[in-house]
Every structure is written in C-alpha cells, then in structure tokens.
Ligand binder design. Structure first.
Ligand code: ATP
Length: 271
C-alpha cells in the first residue's frame, strides 16, 4: 500500500517550492522537465530528492502528448530554466530527465530536442505514470495519470511495471464540455474548473467525461488481478473524481491531497 501521509507531506513541499527556494543538501541537483498539454513544469530536487524549487507555465504547445509548437515549447523551457537558475543564485542546471505519455515514444526525439535546446543534458527518458510511481512507490496496483490531453496508466505487479497505456481524454476535454454547457469560452471554463468552490456544481456536468477516463482504465485493468487505482495529474484535482472512478471501475481509488505535481517531481527523481 502507498503511504498516503508520506506522499501528502512530500507533495506539500513540492507545492511550497513553487514560491519558496529551499537549501539543497549535497552538490548535485536533479531536474525533471514535464512537457505537458496544459502546462510545462520544471522541478528541481537535491541529491536526497528534497524539493528545492519549481516553476510552471500554462502552455498549449503539445497535443495528445506530441510537441506541435517546437519553438514555443523551447522558449518556455528556457524561460523556466532561467527563472530557476536565478532563484538558485545563478547556479546552472545541467542535467534533466524528461517523460512522455506511454505510447508516444516516437516523439521522444522532439522532447529531447526541446530539453537540449533549452540547455539541458538529458540523462533519462521515462513514461509519465512510471515517473509518478517514483513518488507513490506502489508494488501492486495501477497508477493513473490524467493530465490535460490524455489519460495514462501504468500497471504494477511486485514493484515492476508490466503494462503502460495512454489514450486521449484529459482536462482539456473537461473544459470543452464546460464551455459548451455554460456557453462560455475555453479560457473561462478553465478558470471555473480550477476553482475548488465550483467543483460541486460542475461535477455532474462533466461526469460523462470522467466516466470515459475511468472506462479507459477499466478497459486495460483486470479487477481480478489489480484492486487499487492511484490517481495523479492535474485533472485529478477535481473534487469527487475518485468517487466516479470507484463507481465506474469497482476498484478502490486513492488520490493524494494534491495530485498536480506528482509526475514532474517523479521525473526529477529519475534524473
Ligand atoms: P498531459 O500529461 O496530458 O500532456 P499535462 O502534463 O499538461 O498534460 P497536468 O499538468 O498533469 O497535465 O494537468 C493539467 C490539467 O489539469 C489541465 O487540464 C488543467 O486544467 C487541470 N487542472 C489543474 N488544476 C486543476 C484544478 N484545481 N481542478 C481541476 N483541474 C485542474
């Protein structure tokens, strides 16, 4: 079983590292670059994996896990790297790990070029749900990463990843449904969706999209073999999403207090 308190405490510090720069232990810094459909995130950890600093920026330079605006992605990665180096008193960030949704390995080169173009040396390339499990450290179960564009999953047996899958349907689809229902723009829908006080009201409206995400998991997971879902990714911030998953899949569904930065922090751990 995942130690939920450990994960919650750790993720709280990752959250804090967005506004506060912590003093690193040792000389090595580890960086994780998450090029996402909705956000580009850079997380810096020290050699003991303590969160040091984190920067993120909303971006629409990827679609379904694939970089569609290379120049835009590069500019943002560079900007975030520079911001972090400034926060670290000019210390240069050299190595980084990157990740991509499972099944988009063909786009690995583009992801690497973005990281290299921003001035990093890429030391490791992972898939997103496997990166997330560096934080969760579950031995058996399924890690489900729901980002902006896709729902990804990694099935674990005896600590080993035995299967990874990824399908389109993510937070972007949730926002599109909200925009359609309320006759508002996509940008306005994003604001409403990220407002926790609105979650109770919007959940029934977006229930069908969340059920679709759960059905992706159900399609690949045999409930006789796997009994627990561990959620992460920005879309899982939606209050009550875990209840819909439980109902739809019949599996126990666990999510930490803040599932948003789990994958980027997990990527950094593997630098
Ligand atoms: P992908 O992994 O699909 O390429 P990504 O890495 O950009 O995308 P994340 O950063 O994990 O994905 O999550 C981004 C999504 O999470 C966006 O759709 C965003 O609107 C959504 N999101 C962020 N915060 C919240 C919140 N508080 N409530 C609901 N949704 C949220």
């Amino acid at each position: 079983m995942m130690d939920l308190k450990r994960v919650n405490d750790y993720m709280k510090r990752v959250e804090e590292s967005q506004t506060k720069t912590f003093k690193p232990v040792g000389s090595k810094l580890k960086v994780g670059l998450d090029l996402g459909t909705a956000y580009i995130v850079l997380v810096v950890l020290d050699e003991e994996n303590n969160p040091i600093a984190c920067e993120k920026k909303a971006a629409s330079v990827l679609r379904d896990g694939i970089v569609v605006d290379y120049t835009g992605a590069l500019a943002i990665a560079r900007e975030l790297k520079e911001k972090l180096e400034k926060r670290l008193d000019g210390r240069e960030l050299i190595n980084c790990a990157i990740a991509m949704p499972a099944g988009t390995e063909s786009s690995m080169k583009t992801h690497s070029y973005v990281a290299e173009g921003a001035g990093f040396e890429v030391t490791n390339v992972l898939d997103e749900p496997t990166a997330a499990n560096s934080i969760y450290q579950i031995e058996n179960g399924v890690v489900v990463d729901i980002g902006g564009g896709t729902t990804g999953l990694a099935i674990l047996k005896d600590q080993k990843v035995v299967q990874i899958e990824d399908e389109p349907t993510g937070g972007t689809h949730v926002s599109l449904v909200l925009a359609g229902n309320y006759h508002i723009s996509f940008a306005e829908a994003e604001v409403i969706k990220q407002d926790y006080s609105k979650h109770k009201e919007i959940l029934p409206v977006v229930k069908a999209v969340v059920e679709k995400m759960a059905s992706i998991v159900k399609k690949y997971v045999d409930p006789k073999e796997v009994d627990t879902i561990y959620l992460c990714g920005g879309t899982c911030c939606l209050t009550g999403i875990e209840k819909i998953f439980e109902k739809e899949t019949g599996m126990t569904t666990i999510k930490p207090d803040n599932p948003f930065l789990v994958t980027p922090a997990g990527i950094a751990m593997n630098c």
